[in-house]
Design a protein around this ligand. Sequence first.
Ligand SMILES: Cc1cc2nc3c(=O)[nH]c(=O)nc-3n(C[C@H](O)[C@H](O)[C@H](O)COP(=O)(O)O)c2cc1C
Length: 209
Amino acid sequence: MKLIEDLKWRYATKKFSNKRVEEGDLEKIIEAINLSASSVGIQPYRLVIIESPCLKKNLAEGSFNSQIAEASHLLVFAAFASIRKEDIDDYIGLMSETRDTPIEDLADFKNSISTYLLARTDSDNFIWSTKQAYIGLGTGLIAAADLKIDATPMEGFDAAKFDKLLGLEGKNLKSVVLLALGYRDEHNDGLAKLKKVRIPKQEFATMVN
Ligand SMILES: Cc1cc2nc3c(=O)[nH]c(=O)nc-3n(C[C@H](O)[C@H](O)[C@H](O)COP(=O)(O)O)c2cc1C
């Protein structure tokens, strides 16, 4: 299985070279993330992609993660701060259009997800949206590895600062996790040649019959 080899090849890159990720590859990674599963299918997060060296430098200031500035591209996963009635309307509208199904035929589905989502607090829905964003993060890591593009998932950043600089405030979005993309600087990244540290499979997974 090629995927296992890809996953053994990848590591959370600390030091990127200057090599740039090509547009076509970037598009594939974005498409893979967009194809990720999400609860009820509503995709309650958005991606912000940054290439500008100046903006990456500003975002990196004060963070221990130099990859924010040094990566070719920085993907910011921004989760919905709350789930609004209009978010559900948009999703149902898209489903109707995509599947050529009359809106009225989707009324039961819409009612059931509305009851479920709108009854919860904004804070609970933000946590739930964040979980969906992390599924996308996982897909992004795998897609990058498949293309032999290096990547670093990162939680070490100032989310409030990101939200401000990226203009997410007022858009019902909050940055929750990052994915830096680029190519490893093999000579200057001490982690590049180290073995992966993983607990044995038999300890990790238990088969119950
Ligand atoms: C959600 C998440 C957040 C992480 N945050 C950071 C981070 O801020 N900086 C960093 O260098 N690595 C970060 N990592 C990378 C982990 O340290 C790394 O995945 C872990 O040590 C396993 O190593 P491997 O990914 O190289 O196999 C993060 C990983 C995940 C999944």
